[in-house]
Design a protein around this ligand. Structure first.
Ligand code: SAH
Length: 210
């Protein structure tokens, strides 16, 4: 932001990709950049959503930042039975996602949606999108993800209080749900989100070498 006319920088728009740009005009409050040419095409993440129950502010910020870094296409805060947060600051979370992309040289910014009630969201859930249900009740057990089918997915992480029995029963009864454990220890929700994104990316996402 201290750049003057003629200086060059990289910019991205989340649609075409990254461009080399030159400062054409620099005012105190606004400026003008001239895009010179495309330097990198848009690199879209796999079609993976992260559904998580918002927790305390700093931890929610962390989840959004890490989801953007690890390659989620959409970030959906959900209100579950044991979620304390009544509202979120969507714009602030979106700004975190943008910042994470900037920091990591990304060309894509995942959309952060408003807060959705989990039960409502499940009522109209698109059939083709599989759900990776991170269920603390399965701690230490559960199936392996390696055999799971590719396609659009969503990871579901609960709040600090975990899922209610009613939620658990409902989610498990849905088609296209894979309930998994994240190992023999109970993780905090923010750690669980990072662990699940990592697992999914390694098994089904764009980290795979073949
Ligand atoms: N209070 C709960 C734990 C909630 S942890 C309890 O003591 O049982 C917050 C969320 O992280 C969970 O809802 C789940 O989605 C995820 N999680 C944490 N540890 C997990 C594990 N070992 N296996 C699967 N999911 C886990």
């Amino acid at each position: 932001m201290r750049l003057g006319p003629g200086a060059e920088l990289l910019v991205f728009n989340g649609r075409e990709g990254e461009f080399l740009a030159r400062v054409a005009q620099a005012g105190k409050r606004s400026g003008e950049l001239e895009c010179l040419h495309l330097t990198r095409p848009l690199q879209e993440p796999p079609d993976l959503w992260l559904l998580f129950a918002p927790i305390r502010k700093a931890r929610t910020d962390f989840i959004v930042e890490k989801a953007a870094e690890l390659g989620a296409a959409r970030i959906v805060p959900v209100q579950t039975a044991f979620t304390n947060a009544e509202r979120i600051r969507r714009e602030r979370l979106q700004a975190h996602a943008i910042e994470a992309a900037e920091q990591c040289g990304g060309t894509f910014v995942p959309e952060v949606t408003g807060l959705h009630k989990l039960d409502r969201l499940l009522e109209t859930w698109p059939q083709e999108r599989q759900i990776l249900f991170c269920d603390e009740a399965l701690v230490g057990g559960g199936p392996r993800l390696a055999q799971a089918r590719p396609g659009p997915w969503a990871i579901l992480i609960g709040p600090e209080g975990g899922f209610s029995q009613a939620e658990r029963a409902r989610i498990r009864a849905m088609p296209n749900v894979t309930a998994i454990s994240l190992g023999p220890r109970i993780l905090r929700a923010d750690t669980a989100a990072v662990a699940a994104l990592t697992l999914w990316q390694a098994a089904l996402g764009d980290w795979k070498s073949s």
